[in-house]
Ligand binder design. Structure first.
Ligand SMILES: O=c1ccn([C@@H]2O[C@H](COP(=O)(O)O)[C@@H](O)[C@H]2O)c(=O)[nH]1
Length: 274
């Protein structure tokens, strides 16, 4: 029997710490690494990052957009990175932010969570704004395969608040309704639903009883610090996955410097949350 996603994350975090490193080959980062803004540059960048973090970090989060912008050759780089990260024992959350009507969602699920897919990851990020229930095909496949669906609840960007903090007649925010749906699912079945809750501001959510990982982007380039985590997430830090991309990646192009930056931030996060 395959362990569920929350259990797999807990095991990985116990071995390597909570930090999730984002792999975001921005055009500006490629330039600062002396690489070309094309699939060859993205390959050199990605291979350096994967080799640097592979032995040290529990969770990686490649940003799919930066691969897709280079067409099929960019996606081939991502495919190879997913294989290498798997072989290095790193759990991968593909940051694709998928969301559609259920029948199309099933195809997205096959792509990112299907055992036979060349693009399979351990989890995929998903947008609940076609209704949390529209994500069911992905959640069902995640349940069956020990993978995860990491659903946007309260994102790290300033524009998210208007929509995500809108309230229903009972005063519950949209973001809290996403959290509550995840908690219900994880309590009843395999704990396959995670949440995205930005580390950049007070989120105003009750995260007790979520039962799944909480991915917290916003460390570093977006302004959040390790010390902010304990305050923003109060008691709910068990399965917290603070995430940083540019803060770690800016240490390149030297792979040893990327590895050192990742380990330093990982240790700062552990100290801040201990
Ligand atoms: O709420 C969200 C959800 C996803 N992200 C993604 O995380 C990284 C952040 O990169 P940094 O360089 O650490 O700022 C990026 O891929 C975003 O798309 C997020 O920032 N906030």
């Amino acid at each position: 029997m395959t362990a569920d996603f929350a259990t797999r994350v807990a095991d990985a975090v116990a071995r390597r710490g909570r930090l999730c490193v984002g792999i975001d080959p921005h055009a500006q980062l490629l330039a600062s690494w002396g690489l070309t803004d094309d699939a060859a540059g993205v390959r050199a960048f990605t291979e350096t990052v994967v080799a640097a973090i592979g032995p040290h970090i529990a969770v990686a989060k490649p940003q799919v957009a930066f691969y897709e912008r280079h067409g099929s050759r960019g996606v081939a780089v991502l495919e190879d990175a997913l294989t290498s990260l798997r072989e290095a024992g790193v759990l991968v959350i593909a940051d694709a932010k998928r969301g559609d009507i259920g029948s199309t969602m099933a195809a997205y699920a096959d792509t990112w969570l299907g055992d036979a897919s060349p693009l399979r990851a351990d989890a995929v990020t998903a947008s609940p704004y076609l209704g949390v229930g529209s994500l069911d095909p992905a959640v069902e496949l995640a349940d069956a395969t020990g993978r995860g669906v990491v659903v946007l609840a309260r994102t790290s960007n300033p524009e998210g608040g208007g929509l995500q903090t809108a309230t229903d007649a009972a005063g519950r925010t949209v973001a809290q309704s996403v959290v509550d749906a995840a908690a219900r699912h994880n309590a009843d079945g395999p704990a396959s639903i995670g949440l995205v809750v930005g580390a950049t501001r007070d989120h105003g959510l009750d995260l007790t009883g979520v039962g799944g990982p909480v991915l917290a982007p916003g460390l570093g380039a977006q302004g959040a610090t390790p010390d902010d985590l304990a305050r923003v997430f109060r008691g709910a830090t068990d399965l917290l996955l603070p995430s940083a991309s540019r803060q770690v990646l800016a240490a390149g192009p030297d792979g040893a410097a990327v590895a050192a930056a990742a380990q330093r931030l990982r240790d700062e996060v552990e100290t801040a949350l201990s």
